[in-house]
Design a protein around this ligand. Structure first.
Ligand code: INI
Length: 153
């Protein structure tokens, strides 16, 4: 059996992050955690490109632009979609999730989905440093593992 497993987080590489401002009290925490984790892993500021967009719906087109630049080994999407009283939530979730996947597959590039989709703000807070971990930090670890894995295969 040939088995591939890449948990090595030592390599650093150019990485692009797209963060949305909608629900900024949440997305700023996701970004802070991701940035802190990148620094812990030895990334320097010159390797990190950050782009802010208004809402999660706008994330994929910027990922597409970054992917077209062919300068990044991985991209991370950070956002927070919180259910409201209407069906808008479902449209936003569908647009951002399918858009991120499309960019990843079209460009053969890891696009880490660090977009929270929650029923309420409390659930979102639990996922950025609370009882359910930190999805910003975890997004960085996933990016590193995927870059290493794709180099192995
Ligand atoms: N954008 C988000 O990132 N999170 C949300 O919870 C959200 N809600 O609930 O409406 C949201 N809407 C804005 C959307 O992403 C676009 O910016 C807007 O529709 C303009 O295209």
């Amino acid at each position: 059996m040939r088995r591939f497993h890449a948990k090595d987080k030592k390599a650093t590489f150019p990485i692009g992050i797209v963060v949305s401002r909608f629900n900024e009290e949440i997305t700023s925490k996701l970004l802070d955690g991701a940035h802190q984790r990148l620094k812990e892993l030895g990334f320097d500021e010159g390797q990190i490109t950050l782009v802010e967009v208004p809402g999660a719906v706008e994330i994929p087109v910027v990922l597409q632009r970054l992917a077209e630049m062919k300068q990044f080994d991985a991209l991370i999407a950070l956002g927070a979609v919180i259910r409201g009283d209407t069906s808008h939530y479902d449209y936003v979730c569908e647009m951002v999730s399918s858009g991120c996947q499309r960019i990843s597959l079209d460009f053969k590039l890891p696009v880490v989905f660090g977009v929270l989709t929650t029923e309420n703000e409390e659930q979102a807070l639990e996922r950025c440093g609370g009882s359910h971990g930190h999805k910003g930090r975890e997004a960085v670890d996933t990016a590193c593992e995927m870059v290493s894995l794709l180099r192995l295969l």
